[in-house]
Design a protein around this ligand. Structure first.
Ligand code: SF4
Ligand code: FES
Length: 204
């Protein structure tokens, strides 16, 4: 695979074809914040927090770095006034849903985001999809999924699968940026796993 040379934050970076800007930056030790990205999962591009500014042939645009492929001679800025302003707004919106999430609070400090800017609508899940995608793509169990759409969208464990698979796994728990996942699991466990038909799946 041929090398692609680009510049990220003023640093010459060598990447391989097909790499995303996010992985090229991280390989070069340059950090970009993410909320829905995981190296074991297919690129998703859901949270938009990883946006960066790119410049090529005299034009500048904003792109989602976890899905945007590297290009020869591209000039990338991972921080700029515009990038920071957008990240701040994204964080403020997410904080309205999950005001107590530590990961969001840390990012809010960095970007000067105000957790009270938008009216609170504490749904706790920020729809990053990490739990759902990890269970499907890595574990191949599909024990958790999204139900409903748009603002009503929420995650739900599939009790029949979860009762059988989740107690010995729980690998998705630490991925959740808001800890909401664990709360849903405990609720599902209490409501749905305890029937006699679920056997010993809930025993520790
Ligand atoms: S429960 Fe957590 S990991 Fe799952 S989609 Fe919501 S925020 Fe993401
Ligand atoms: S990390 Fe790129 S869109 Fe979420």
């Amino acid at each position: 695979m041929s090398d692609i040379l680009l510049q990220i934050d003023g640093k010459e970076v060598s990447a391989t074809e097909g790499m995303t800007l996010l992985s090229a930056a991280r390989t070069a030790g340059i950090s970009i914040p993410t909320l829905c990205h995981h190296e074991k999962l297919e690129p998703f591009g859901g949270c938009r927090l990883c946006i960066v500014e790119v410049e090529a042939g005299g034009w500048t645009k904003l792109v989602v770095s976890c899905v945007y492929p590297v290009e020869e001679n591209l000039i990338v800025r991972t921080r700029s006034e515009k990038v920071d302003r957008i990240r701040k707004s994204i964080l403020e919106l997410l904080l309205a849903h999950a005001p107590d999430a530590f990961e969001l609070q840390d990012l809010a400090k960095e970007y000067g985001a105000d957790k009270n800017r938008f009216e609170k609508d504490a749904s706790f899940c920020i729809h990053c999809g990490l739990c759902v995608r990890y269970c499907a793509e890595v574990k191949k169990k599909n024990a958790i999924g999204f139900i409903d759409r748009g603002i009503r969208k929420e995650i739900s464990f599939i009790p029949e699968i979860a009762a059988r698979e989740c107690n010995d796994c729980k690998e998705c728990f630490p991925l959740c940026p808001t800890s909401y996942l664990q709360a849903v699991f405990v609720l599902t466990e209490g409501l749905a796993f305890s029937s006699p038909s679920s056997g010993s799946a809930t025993e520790e």
